[in-house]
Ligand binder design. Structure first.
Ligand SMILES: Cc1cc2nc3c(=O)[nH]c(=O)nc-3n(C[C@H](O)[C@H](O)[C@H](O)COP(=O)(O)O)c2cc1C
Length: 182
């Protein structure tokens, strides 16, 4: 019997997207994790002069004119009030050598660092030195959706350093310089 070679192979895992219980949620998280991203650290300074940082891979470019970016923040995050209330924040696109920085800023506690311990600023905003690119954003729009809020910021300043990027996929970090161009 002839086999129909046009048929697509069955997917490895299928599941309903409405993930309410544990197994379905982790299947959905795993499928979403197939989308490879860069890794950023979002930083902001609060009025008590503390610098707050958070590792984020939901960063995306939104518009060139006006220059807008977005990222999503878990509404129940301990860092929610800090980043939701700030008037300015920076996005540092991490270089592949900065995996320790990514790990450090993914950890609680979220009470920040004293300003005197912070070395690098751009446009008055704390940034991560040695990153591959920086974006300074002023003001933001917040859209509340599901268990996250979408934060949209307008870029007022940026810098590009072109170090190979740190990448994230399936819960693991990868080095940007080991990528094979196709
Ligand atoms: C690679 C990576 C990407 C992440 N991206 C996001 C993100 O886009 N939004 C978010 O709210 N948390 C993100 N997190 C989680 C935060 O970095 C941090 O672990 C979390 O906010 C800690 O919980 P807390 O905010 O309640 O202290 C990410 C963590 C990692 C390791």
């Amino acid at each position: 019997m002839l086999q129909d070679t046009r048929m697509t192979p069955p997917p490895a895992v299928t599941a309903k997207a409405k993930a309410t219980h544990g197994d379905a949620k982790s299947a959905l998280r795993s499928a979403l994790g197939r989308f490879a991203t860069g890794v950023t650290v979002i930083s902001a300074q609060t009025t008590d002069s503390h610098v707050h940082c958070m590792t984020v891979n939901s960063f995306a470019s939104l518009s060139l004119d006006p220059p807008l970016i977005l990222w999503t923040l878990r509404s129940r995050s301990a860092r929610y009030h800090t980043f939701s209330q700030t008037q300015a924040f920076s996005v540092s696109v991490l270089a592949e050598t900065q995996i320790d920085i990514a790990r450090k800023h993914a950890l609680p506690p979220a009470d920040g660092f004293a300003e005197r311990d912070w070395k690098a600023f751009l446009g008055g905003c704390p940034i991560i030195e040695g990153a591959s690119a920086h974006f300074i954003c002023k003001g933001h729009t917040e859209i509340d959706k599901g268990d996250h809020v979408i934060l949209i910021g307008e870029i007022t300043e940026f810098a590009e350093h072109k170090h190979p990027p740190l990448l994230f996929m399936g819960g693991r970090y990868y080095s940007g310089s080991s990528l094979k161009p196709l």
